[in-house]
Design a protein around this ligand. Structure first.
Ligand SMILES: Cc1cc2nc3c(=O)[nH]c(=O)nc-3n(C[C@H](O)[C@H](O)[C@H](O)COP(=O)(O)OP(=O)(O)OC[C@H]3O[C@@H](n4cnc5c(N)ncnc54)[C@H](O)[C@@H]3O)c2cc1C
Length: 424
């Protein structure tokens, strides 16, 4: 979907790849400083990973307010063109003078959509809801959550029964065009900002921790969706095996992180995320004991105050020790966690109702041009002149750092757009 804004006739722009909080911030900062911006997002909606969170640490406020303000700023800024279901196909040239070819997949739903819902009712096909990590289902025509932007349905055409036009037939606004074809557009671009973000580490690779085989072992990103009122359990933190509240919860820190066989680096936010999650649990179930098994608790800078606040809860226990194995009672699906308690110097086996794996962040850097540098783990760095990286594509970091980083990337890209003489 193409929001109003600059076209390729308006001269050179800054191209921002990725529409999470990093890309949105870079686009807004560059445009509000006077440059034209093309913001391309691979999925049908902006917001990236943060749109799926219940609350943000350290303030424990809902991400929706910040995102809503940013979406309004985007909508009201005529210098920004937002393209969703869009990917960079090729980039040629040098800083100040690139030609960017962008491939657009059809959305099949236009800006005339009012989200009335008639098409969703009429749609006969269902899909697993990736926004909720498969814990719920949507129709093939879907809108992931009330705050999603742009405010128009998207369609997973691969699931439509052959010849089905049920959604278009019931649309009273002529907003659904099922014959829409893919497109290519070429833009003159002065600089490129990579804001392609992160993906959760694939916890199924941690066979000893039981993810994917033991139903009551979940990951931190799944817990985030469970805790969200618009999530698959309507905000209830429950055991997937029986839908009941857990009697006790364990967090396994560094699940796959700081481990040569998985992610050798620290993802920097997982300790704060688990402390936030234990605050979710205590808000809903004040008496439920929570244990966090950790190597080191890393909450740098101002996040240390957040740690002090959350750990003041007497129902939270921090245990320094690596978890070696998780097994279950097949009848009750209760979990048995084997841990080496580093301070007590002994191994113990403890029982929990629910275990949360604090998995780390994997950089998403596919689809970026070769002008960007990459480190040994795949994180993206600034490259040749005109190539700037921001957010978790660059390093694991929290939202406040991402926003600062994205503002810096916009600032580094701006002189090229200014030099091209096209800014206002
Ligand atoms: C469990 C967990 C909880 C967290 N909780 C908090 C918290 O409470 N507070 C906090 O401050 N931080 C938190 N964080 C960190 C936060 O998630 C990141 O700081 C934030 O998501 C970084 O945003 P981003 O825009 O860099 O990346 P993303 O949010 O990943 O956005 C990247 C976007 O780029 C798009 N994209 C990717 N590749 C392409 C491509 N080739 N072309 C076009 N588009 C592309 C993606 O579809 C996505 O929309 C948490 C992290 C974890 C793991």
């Amino acid at each position: 979907m193409d929001s109003a804004g600059a076209s390729d006739h308006d001269g050179k722009s800054i191209l921002v790849v990725g529409g999470g909080i990093a890309g949105i911030t870079a686009a807004l900062e560059a445009a509000e400083a006077g440059a034209r911006v093309i913001l391309i997002e691979r999925s049908p909606f902006l917001g990236g990973r943060t749109a799926a969170f219940h609350l943000y640490f350290p303030k424990l406020c809902p991400p929706a307010c910040g995102l809503e303000i940013n979406f309004r700023r985007l909508k009201n800024n005529p210098r920004i063109t937002v393209l969703t279901q869009a990917e960079l196909e090729s980039l040629a040239g040098t800083a100040g003078n690139f030609k960017a070819t962008v491939r657009l997949s059809p959305r099949f739903v236009s800006g005339a959509c009012t989200l009335c819902g008639a098409c969703v009712e009429a749609c006969p096909a269902e899909r697993s809801d990736e926004f909720n990590f498969g814990l719920s289902r949507t129709k093939a025509i879907y809108f992931p959550h009330a705050m999603a932007y742009p405010a128009a349905y998207a369609i997973d055409r691969s699931l439509c029964p052959e010849g089905c036009t049920a959604c278009a037939n019931v649309c009273r606004y002529d907003a659904i065009h099922l014959t829409q074809a893919p497109e290519r557009r070429v833009f003159s671009v002065a600089a490129v900002i990579a804001a392609t973000g992160w993906a959760p580490y694939n916890a199924a690779r941690l066979a000893h921790l039981g993810y994917g085989t033991l139903p009551n072992v979940v990951t931190n990103v799944v817990l985030e969706r469970m805790a969200a009122p618009n999530g698959p359990t309507r905000g209830k933190i429950v055991r997937p095996s029986d839908g009941k509240p857990p009697e006790s919860v364990a967090f396994v820190q560094c699940a796959g992180s700081r481990d040569e066989n998985h992610l050798p680096y620290c993802s920097s936010v997982c300790c704060s995320a688990s402390l936030k999650h234990s605050a979710y649990i205590h808000a809903e179930h004040p008496e439920v004991p929570v244990s966090v098994f950790y190597i080191d608790i890393r909450t740098p800078g101002l996040l240390d105050e957040f740690r002090a606040r959350v750990t003041a809860d007497s129902h939270l226990t921090l245990v320094k020790g690596r978890v070696g194995r998780i097994e279950e009672d097949p009848n009750t699906h209760d979990l048995f966690v084997t841990v080496e308690d580093a301070l007590a110097g002994r191994k113990s086996i403890r029982k929990f109702g629910l275990v949360v794996l604090a998995t780390g962040m994997v950089p998403q850097s596919d689809g970026l041009p070769s002008g960007f540098e990459r480190d040994e783990y795949g994180f993206v760095a600034d490259g040749a002149p005109g190539f700037y990286a921001a957010g978790c594509a660059k390093r694991p970091e929290e939202v406040a750092a991402t926003v600062r980083d994205a503002t810096g990337a916009a600032l580094r890209a701006l002189p090229y757009a200014v030099r091209s003489g096209r800014h206002e």
